[in-house]
Design a protein around this ligand. Sequence first.
Ligand SMILES: C[S@@+](CC[C@H](N)C(=O)[O-])C[C@H]1O[C@@H](n2cnc3c(N)ncnc32)[C@H](O)[C@@H]1O
Length: 1010
Amino acid sequence: MAKVVTGTDRRLIEAGFPCHQVGAETQRERGASSALPPLYFLHVWWARRPLTPSRAAILASLLPAGTDPDWFLRQLGIEKVQAMVNGEPWTLDEKMAGRVSFDHEGAEFLVVDDMVLRALENEQARRLSNLKMIATLKEKNPSLAKDYVLNRWEKENRVLVAQSIRIGQRLPVVRSPGDPYWAKQRIEWENASGIRTKEDKYGYPRAYTQAQCVEVPTDQQLTIFDPTAGGGSIPFEALRLGHKVMANDLNPVAAVILYATLDYPLRFGPGLVNDIEHWGRKLRDRLVPKISDLFPESPLPEDEGDILKKRVENCLETDSSSFDKEELDAFLYCRQVTCPHCGGEAPLLNTCWLSKEGEKWGVRIVPDGRSRDGTVRFEPYRLIGDRGPQGEDPNFATVEGGVGLCIHCRQAISAEEIKAQARGESPLGRWKDRLYCLVAVRRQPKLDKNGQPQRYRSGAKAGEIKTEKVRFFRAPNERDLEALAEAERMLAEHWPEWEKQGLIPTESIPKGHKTVEPLRVGMTRWCDMFTPRQLLGHLILVEELNRLEPEILKELGEERGRAVVTYLQFVIDKVIDYNSRQTLWEYTRGIVKGNFGRHDFSPKWTFGEMIFTGPNSGAAWALSQVIDAYAGIAELVKPLHERLGGSPPPVTIRCGTAAHTGLPDSSVDLICMDPPYYNNVQYAELSDYFYVWQRRTLQDLYPGIFRRRLTNKTDESVANPVRAGSVGEADRIYECLAREIFAESRRVLKDEGLMTVMFTHKSQEAWEKLTKSLIENGWEITSSFPVESESAHSLRIMGYAAAASSIFLTCRKRVENQDTPATWLGFGGTGVAQRIREAVREGLEEFSVLRLNPVDEMVACYGRALQVLSENWPVMDGDEPVSPIRAMNEASAVVAQYQVNRMTQGRLKVDDLNPEAAMAVTLYGIFGLAEFPYDEALSLSRSLNIRLESKAAGYRIEGRMIGVNDEQGGRRGRPKAGEEVGYFAPWCAGGQNCAWPGRRSAVRSGSKNR
Ligand SMILES: C[S@@+](CC[C@H](N)C(=O)[O-])C[C@H]1O[C@@H](n2cnc3c(N)ncnc32)[C@H](O)[C@@H]1O
């Protein structure tokens, strides 16, 4: 829904924005982690925006309403190339599309040759096979005759009559918009029906790879500003759309990422890859000799040797000894405490699984049998079925829910004791990192069907035996442990000298919302995040990069040199990310996962260590990752780089608060931003992990931005209750900073300019803060559209009732008028409340075709309600000004009615249900069985005119009240014997769930007499 903007200046984002198509393509972009845009692989930044919706938001904010939506989609890269075969469109794959030519009038065509003919025949065969399958399905299940997806798919498979096509013929080619929403429907249909076709449902590569670098004449370039640019997706697309860009972020780590994403690839183009590679190798070559002895390889363990011998025993001329060698891949550690009961070694493993990928492996924890001060050793094993060779269960764990289990005396080790040992505050000493397994690879000959080794027939390796890799796990041996001790000794030896140089990040970790976690387990300085050998490797890298820097700058010049040093620091950052006590051995996939799979520093029971040498070198991997990311980004902006021909790129990067930008008044045409989402991500706290390292290599190259010891948290626009001292104060600070940012944005934007804000948060509280700051600072919301942006598989949204959509809120400067304030209720349904209800109803109708998940639907309705409120601002209810929360509550009431109506197929209204049932049904409609925050229940209850009261005991259903069980209160008022089990009131402590009937006391709920 869009407000009618006066004159002809209405924009596409305010009317007719194809949010369902943009959403479907966005989900595709985020769907497969391996196919994410290269920006993601350059450096960690949290909550990076996908490229397609960024481009869509910018473009639709600039284009007039009424722009041809097909043309718009094609500008986003959502475009199919189709050859016309006897009037039927044939969607060309990338290979075929690459063969398309132009005639002298610019018309495109495809010349039929042998290859095209073969492709056409394959297409014909594919269509016939699909038609056959569709016919069979319909035959088996006649109700499918009316199935929309099946019928549309059938139409798309119409026969091409390829036989009539001759070699040399020219097939006309057309470019048409893709239909990602249809592709999504097809995928969902296949998932639901269990039928999997391998065909490409989209018919074009991911849109961001096809989106063009637009050429805009200099005098027509607009200025686009992203005040909270983070990892830079929005300004990246603004540049590709041909405009002048200003990108700002408070955080220095983000600012450096912005240089590496927006400036250097445009300035230096793909050619910089060679420099990064050249100097990256030098850096690696300086590291390896200093550290290689610390990663000794060993002969194969007996078991592996036996397997190998057996494999080659019948092979002629093949000797197993030539394969008797391991290649190290990773080291796995667990935390080990001392058992307070028997004094034995108590390793804490939250699972004994080592790998579920390929061959399944587990590890056995073997105690020495002593009743006091016992020790343990580890024995990895291959699983047979779902058990170990001696019947071991790999699901066995020695720590669960923070409580340990001693493997010797089988007594529990309390969470308090574990934490005390982690911090070194227990009389039993400090916990330690125990190396419990090594991950390694061996090679073995590939055998043919006669059991003889296969050999290369030609090429440089002609005659050599082909080999294959076998991954295995082994227990650490003496040499491994000696290497660890040697690393510790080396670190201690170098420590004074490195500390003098200021190389070691000994800065204290400040207490914060996320940093309390490492502090709780005794990691008080940033350098404590690493084992001695990990830290040693990182410090050598930093020292060597600092040594190389003058050479790089001398050889490449200041600007190019600065870029190369930055990317090399990114290599180090990648190593730091994947080589710390915060990493995770992901046994389901058999990989070490970096620190930030989650946006926090939650301590890990087990973690992985990288190898710095050999074929599986982590440093080499990190270099290749950064090179690939740079090459990918440079490729996406290559035409721009070529056009610039050495001139500086049209981008200004600034590191400072968005609340005071120093930009001239009314100097910006469009603001497109993705502000921090309340308390979702604590960027500054998390980024200190990298900042402390970057500061040691980049400080001179980026004067001014690395002055602070740690990143600026005071000006960060996030709600951080730990830093603020309370939730209330955190809210106040967030609101105040958000207000300042929106006031500053209003100042720098031209009067006719738009501000499009993307917001992904489901909580009303976050919405309240955001929209209050917007509306109270002179902004009017002129449209709101939901765009599904999160992949449904995202770790943060699985199993939790989270928003998967972003809402695009478009705002204009409100022209303050002198009229009397609007009234909330008005006469005869003319009030703002009524208009909100109508707008939300309209919205629900509009959204129904988008099939949003209910949380997104609710959030999208907030957008509609707030739009009406902001259009009528200020709104009064009697003498009281109406706050955004009331507008949202009004929206919730309409959604509640809609949910009940939907679930009961129109049989019931909210008013037909008692309060408990009304709340339960509505919340179920919105969140399903997933958890939800108490605040959501509270808001909904207000909109349904129901009171939530703390009732630990003595609960009876009466009036429009529902009891919330506060467990603590419950413990104080001990229940009688028969009531020991179950919650008394239906809402559990924290309000996160509605108690299942079985968990509720029948007595208290009044269904059984006392
Ligand atoms: C949601 S993220 C932006 C993500 C970005 N769109 C991307 O694609 O990576 C919000 C950003 O706001 C920044 N930020 C927080 N407070 C700020 C402030 N006062 N001024 C400027 N930037 C701020 C954070 O550092 C963070 O990078």
